[in-house]
Structure formats: structure tokens, C-alpha cells
Ligand binder design. Structure first.
Ligand code: S3P
Length: 173
């Protein structure tokens, strides 16, 4: 049976960076759901949100996620921050042959990172510094139920990339 490692978590939790490092270590291909949507639409995520709307994005995200989870392929997949929270996507985290890991970061960690890097993120790009922190706190609370559907949780605050990769390797061992 194929092995699918799925990384989920809020924007800024480090999903894509960790997926790339893990992919080098395990020599398993790495996929990024946002990138798959961007390539398919030939548009950036900001442009998909702006020109076609969030619902259109969520439908595409669900379509590609479902297709990937039904494919007979090994990969490490980093999801978009909202992926587990729409349609039945969270159920796919519990499928046989899937190791889903929630990279859990605190509001403090996320706001520090996202305040510096808000431009490419349509959900927060027009919020002020104070608004971003409030937005994250509320949003994380709403999403927490879905993120905790992942059978594995790693707290990432103040850990290095290599430490997190090691923790994931021990989950896989
Ligand atoms: C989103 C997170 C983004 C991207 C889109 C919506 C969200 O992915 O899918 O902007 O709803 O949290 P990243 O978590 O990779 O930034």
C-alpha cells in the first residue's frame, strides 16, 4: 500500500518548509496543494481568490485533495491552512495508509510570522498588525476541531526545522 504523509496546520505553521526537508530526508516526493491549484489555474492563490472567489478555490482544493488521496502514490503533501476545514476533507486525514500530522503553532508564533509575511495571503493581506492577531486567535479557535482530526500533533513553537523533521521521522518509525 502507498504511504501518504500529510502536513496540516494554520498559515505560517511551516508546512511547506517542513515538507521539503522531510522529502529530502526520506527521498519521497513532495507536493504542495496550493501549488497544484496555482499550476492548474495558471494563477496565484491571491488571484484565484480575487478573480474567482473563495468558494471556487475551496472546490478546487477539495477536488485535488480527494484525487491525490485516492491515488496509488507515495508522497508528502502540504495542505493549505484551510483545507481540513471544508467539505469532508478532514475525513481523508484518517484514511488507511495516511499519516496526517498537525503542525501546531501558538497564536504568538503565528502572528509574529504572518505579520511579516501577509502580502501573499489573501485572508489577512488587508488587515493591520493588531487585526491580524485578533483574526488568528478567532480563526484558530474555529479551525481547531478540524486540525485535531489529524491522528498526530507536533507542537512547533521554538523548535528548529530539523527537530520537527526528527519528530516526524519518529512518528513514522
Ligand atoms: C488559506 C491558507 C493558504 C491558502 C489560502 C487559504 C487558509 O495556504 O490555501 O490562502 O484558509 O488558511 P497556506 O497555509 O499554505 O498559507
Amino acid at each position: 500500500m502507498s504511504l501518504k504523509i500529510v502536513l496540516l496546520g494554520y498559515m505560517g505553521s511551516g508546512k511547506s518548509v517542513i515538507a521539503r526537508k522531510l522529502s529530502e530526508k526520506l527521498d519521497v516526493k513532495c507536493l504542495d496543494l496550493d501549488e497544484i491549484v496555482e499550476l492548474n489555474e495558471n494563477l496565484s492563490i491571491e488571484s484565484v481568490f480575487k478573480n474567482k472567489g473563495e468558494l471556487y478555490f475551496r472546490k478546487l482544493e477539495n477536488k485535488f485533495f480527494t484525487e491525490l488521496m485516492n491515488a496509488d502514490e507515495d508522497f508528502i503533501l502540504s495542505l493549505g491552512g484551510g483545507t481540513p476545514c471544508y467539505f469532508d476533507n478532514h475525513l481523508l486525514l484518517k484514511k488507511e495508509g495516511v499519516v496526517a500530522i498537525y503542525l501546531k503553532a501558538s497564536i504568538e508564533t503565528l502572528s509574529t510570522r504572518l505579520i511579516l509575511d501577509k502580502e501573499a495571503r489573501p485572508l489577512i493581506s488587508n488587515l493591520s498588525t493588531i487585526e491580524i492577531k485578533e483574526f488568528i486567535a478567532k480563526h484558530l479557535f474555529e479551525r481547531s476541531f478540524y486540525y485535531h482530526q489529524a491522528p498526530n500533533v507536533i507542537v512547533v513553537d521554538s523548535k528548529s526545522i530539523s527537530q520537527i523533521v526528527e519528530e516526524i521521522s519518529s512518528i513514522l518509525a
